[in-house]
Ligand binder design. Structure first.
Ligand SMILES: *[C@@H]1O[C@H](CO)[C@@H](O)[C@H](O)[C@H]1NC(C)=O
Ligand SMILES: *[C@@H]1O[C@H](CO)[C@@H](O)[C@H](O)[C@H]1NC(C)=O
Ligand SMILES: *[C@@H]1O[C@H](CO)[C@@H](O)[C@H](O)[C@H]1NC(C)=O
Ligand SMILES: *[C@@H]1O[C@H](CO)[C@@H](O)[C@H](O)[C@H]1NC(C)=O
Ligand SMILES: *[C@@H]1O[C@H](CO)[C@@H](O)[C@H](O)[C@H]1NC(C)=O
Ligand SMILES: *[C@@H]1O[C@H](CO)[C@@H](O)[C@H](O)[C@H]1NC(C)=O
Ligand SMILES: *[C@@H]1O[C@H](CO)[C@@H](O)[C@H](O)[C@H]1NC(C)=O
Ligand SMILES: *[C@@H]1O[C@H](CO)[C@@H](O)[C@H](O)[C@H]1NC(C)=O
Ligand SMILES: *[C@@H]1O[C@H](CO)[C@@H](O)[C@H](O)[C@H]1NC(C)=O
Ligand SMILES: *[C@@H]1O[C@H](CO)[C@@H](O)[C@H](O)[C@H]1NC(C)=O
Length: 712
């Protein structure tokens, strides 16, 4: 790319054939696009199980991943939920037997000792316990039990599988011993339930059953990918209670207990468990070639209705069309280039997968596997969830926002208070109690702090009402109070510094030497500005400290005539150095964030130079997931639509045949921030941003978009 040092390039105006429906916020969408046809054209199909990703049905809080058989027969993909968590027993080491015993470490911070939630070498057992617990449970494995013990997927013939995205149904079929087996797998829209229906002659002579098996969490693995838990393990118990045409298996793992209740529609009987296992088998007893069962998972103590198979099918058949018909949509079907078809495929499959895996009541981490023991990360909520707002799917976003911040407010206020700060310091690697796992990076990362401002501001754009202002006010106030008190007034330079110690987005610097990272400074300024604006909109007093910090933050550091990762970094842009590996967060200054609304403007020459430097020198095999969409948004705002598309289609930014985003060598696959950040970038292309309303697609593409509002 040739860089014109004096001119900001503007997004190319689009040629004929474009219908851009600019809908006012919250207006009903008058669909001009045949959404059903476009969605169904991308139904994923398989004829062999993937080794890395399942096919899933689910609802955001519960997901059931299956192999080629429509169940978890050969590949034990997971059944995961928002509520299913487990603690191992606490250590018995003297002085380390309770959570309260843990003391963390003191580090010098601007000439004061501050206590950080970091693993303490003198307390290794409780430190490790806190990192690993609680971990997310794989609730059960449900698969076919063939009469031959050693049946493998290779023994099945004529295998086909299709996920009907419009109905939320997986249809699988195969032949075994000369007989065909047809399977349908559905999930309920509103409960943690699956419906399974099977047709086969094998059911009529007792040679096909359905097993239920129960794992315990594995001891060691930070990443359990793709399978979760260990079977045939001790240390837990199961018990069966069987009625006529229904049964409950209760699973007890010390403090955690839940029920798996199921009913079926033909003559069948549950037996088991076999000696030394927790495997039960439901076997048909009659001559019927059909069985359908509904399976519900629920924590013991929580009464939940057991929906019928028909209810689950009906709920799925109505929920998914309403999902696809609501919110925004992008139609690239009139563009025949392979790039457009692949973008459309990723758009559709990413929407399905984020609805199944990320639309949860807790911050998401995905329901396929366990990354980081299944815990969620508060710096990642933006990349996981913001796209729901930008695609006008607020009903999904509202499941977690903003109440996740309210839920974690008191623990975050306490975290800040213990460190001598005001307001709320949001945690990082978090469990449902709001506890952040001990970790040097976990305790020193700061870029999760302004996220509430981003969510609030985007929401206000769609719902500019007093109730939006009120809903976020307490959270933004506590967030801004922390951000203002965290910034350190440097007497000698007369500006507010961020760090040390701290970790920037890329987590690859010496925290004691990291001061004034460029992205975090820009994000602090943005966040405080939103907080100030929020008070102005409500005619409430504006804390002077917020304004003072916003207007006197250290300038964005430079290395030559491009941004530096942080102030004083050596050899920033040397090819292959560690300074140009990992997340290229300097591209987020203009990619994720809008230009500053007040104070000194961004030097656009520097922004352009930075984009060019990244392309020339970055270590590409160290980049993954949301990096590519962030880079795409940066060059998009700079006017280079074609480069944005090539970032989104970069060979290192992978999506498999069922749409699951690769994690690369660093993080588990699938790594769902890849899907949601991809949708964020597409929303920016489709809906544009302030001053540059969309759509922004390559010049010769024929596109239709509807339901977007411009981004920040
Ligand atoms: C499986 O699918 C692939 C790709 O669609 C196809 O090439 C192959 O022939 C199929 N195999 C069977 C056994 O259907
Ligand atoms: C795990 O233990 C912690 C500390 O006692 C507790 O706060 C949390 O609720 C427990 N979680 C589960 C799932 O038992
Ligand atoms: C940072 O400084 C603290 C003391 O304040 C020290 O304990 C720690 O080891 C240092 N960390 C690194 C990575 O140098
Ligand atoms: C059940 O039926 C299948 C297909 O007709 C046949 O291959 C199999 O041997 C039968 N099994 C038994 C136990 O009769
Ligand atoms: C339950 O607690 C016992 C005793 O501490 C332990 O041996 C067992 O492994 C625990 N079970 C699980 C599933 O963690
Ligand atoms: C079991 O349930 C079925 C269907 O609800 C019913 O037709 C049958 O009579 C019941 N059998 C017994 C033994 O209760
Ligand atoms: C869980 O299963 C047990 C055993 O069948 C039963 O007694 C209990 O009522 C069930 N609890 C819930 C909430 O379904
Ligand atoms: C003030 O800023 C300068 C330049 O960034 C830095 O070297 C110095 O350590 C800072 N002073 C304090 C007290 O942190
Ligand atoms: C912007 O940055 C360029 C490159 O470092 C520099 O030459 C120019 O003077 C800067 N412009 C302003 C207004 O600071
Ligand atoms: C950087 O690394 C790549 C791949 O290892 C190598 O091909 C290239 O020559 C290196 N560049 C420099 C400037 O060292």
């Amino acid at each position: 790319m040739v860089i014109n040092k004096h001119v900001i390039m503007h997004p190319t105006l689009l040629s004929i054939g474009i219908i851009a429906l600019c809908v006012p916020a919250v207006a009903a969408i008058n669909n001009e696009i045949d959404r059903r046809a476009i969605v169904r054209a991308f139904n994923p199909r398989r004829n062999v199980s993937s080794k890395i990703s399942p096919m899933q049905v689910g609802n955001g809080n519960f997901a059931f991943g299956v192999d080629m058989t429509g169940l978890q027969t050969f590949n034990p993909f997971a059944t995961m939920s928002t509520w299913g968590w487990h603690n191992r027993s606490l250590p018995t080491t003297p002085g380390q037997t309770s959570v309260e015993d843990f003391v963390g470490l003191d580090w010098w911070t601007h000439a004061k000792l501050v206590n950080y939630n970091q693993p303490n070498p003198a307390q290794d057992d409780i430190s490790q316990w806190l990192i690993r617990n609680p971990s997310r449970l794989n609730l059960a494995r449900i698969g076919f039990s063939f009469d031959g013990q050693d049946t493998t997927e290779n023994h099945l013939q004529e295998k086909t599988q299709e996920l009907d995205l419009w109905a939320g149904k997986i249809s699988s079929s195969f032949r075994y011993k000369g007989a065909t087996v047809h399977v349908e797998t559905w999930a309920d829209a509103a409960s943690d339930s699956v419906a399974i229906s099977v047709e086969s002659e094998l059911l009529a002579n007792g040679s096909l059953g359905i097993f239920f098996d129960f794992p315990v969490p594995s001891e060691a693995a930070k990443f359990e990918d793709p399978y979760v838990g260990v079977f045939k393990a001790s240390g837990h118990s199961t018990s069966l209670r069987q009625q006529n045409q229904s049964a409950t298996i209760r699973h007890d793992l010390n403090e955690t207990s839940y029920n798996v209740s199921f009913n079926w529609d033909s003559k069948a009987y549950v037996s088991g468990p076999a000696e030394g296992t927790h495997r039960y088998v439901l076997r048909p007893l009659g001559r019927e070639k059909h069985i359908a069962l509904a399976v519900t998972f629920s924590p013991v103590g929580e009464r939940s209705e057991l929906p019928s198979v028909d209810q689950i099918k009906a709920a799925s058949t109505s929920w998914w069309p309403s999902f696809w018909n609501s919110g925004a949509f992008v139609d690239l079907s009139e563009t025949t280039s392979a790039d457009a078809i692949e973008l459309q495929r990723r758009i559709i499959l990413s929407q399905y997968l984020t609805a199944v895996n990320s639309a949860s009541t807790l911050p998401p981490q995905g329901l396929v596997n366990n990354g980081w023991y299944g815990k969620f990360h508060l710096e990642m909520v933006l990349w996981h969830l913001l796209h729901f707002a930008r695609w006008n799917k607020y009903s999904l976003l509202e499941r977690s926002m903003p109440h996740m911040y309210s839920d974690f407010l008191s623990s975050s206020v306490e975290r800040a208070r213990l460190q001598g700060y005001e307001g709320a310091r949001w945690g990082k690697m978090t469990d449902p109690t709001g506890r952040s796992a001990p970790g040097e990076i976990n305790s020193l990362l700061i870029w999760q702090q302004p996220h509430p401002m981003y969510f609030a501001e985007v929401e206000y754009r769609s719902f500019p009402s007093a109730s939006t202002l009120k809903k976020w006010d307490t959270i933004l106030t506590a967030t801004a109070d922390f951000m203002a008190s965290y910034a350190f007034y440097n007497e000698s330079t007369g500006v507010y510094d961020l760090g040390p110690p701290m970790y920037p987005v890329s987590e690859n610097t010496n925290p004691n030497a990291t001061i004034n990272p460029a992205f975090e400074l820009a994000y602090w300024r943005f966040g405080l500005d939103v907080a100030v604006t929020w008070k102005e909109r409500q005619n409430l007093p504006i804390p002077l400290k917020w304004v003072d910090v916003r207007d006197n933050l250290a300038p964005l550091p430079l290395a030559g005539d491009a941004f530096a990762l942080y102030e004083g970094i050596q050899d920033m842009w040397a090819p292959n150095s560690t300074t140009v590996t990992d997340h290229p967060a300097v591209s987020g200054i203009f990619g994720l964030l809008p230009p500053p609304k007040n104070g000194p403007p961004l030097n656009m020459t520097v922004v352009q130079n930075t984009a060019a430097k990244i392309r020339e020198t970055w270590t590409w095999n160290s980049v993954w997931g949301w990096d590519f969409p962030m880079l795409a948004m940066n060059v998009l705002r700079l006017g280079d639509v074609d480069q944005a598309v090539s970032y989104l289609l970069d060979p290192l930014f992978t999506f498999d045949e069922a749409g699951y985003p690769g994690g690369g060598s660093r993080v588990p696959t699938p790594y769902f921030p890849g899907s949601s950040s991809f949708l964020l970038a597409i929303a920016m292309m489709a809906g544009g941003w302030d001053g540059q309303p969309g759509p922004h697609f390559p010049k010769d593409w024929k596109i239709k978009v509807e339901g977007f509002v411009p981004g920040l």
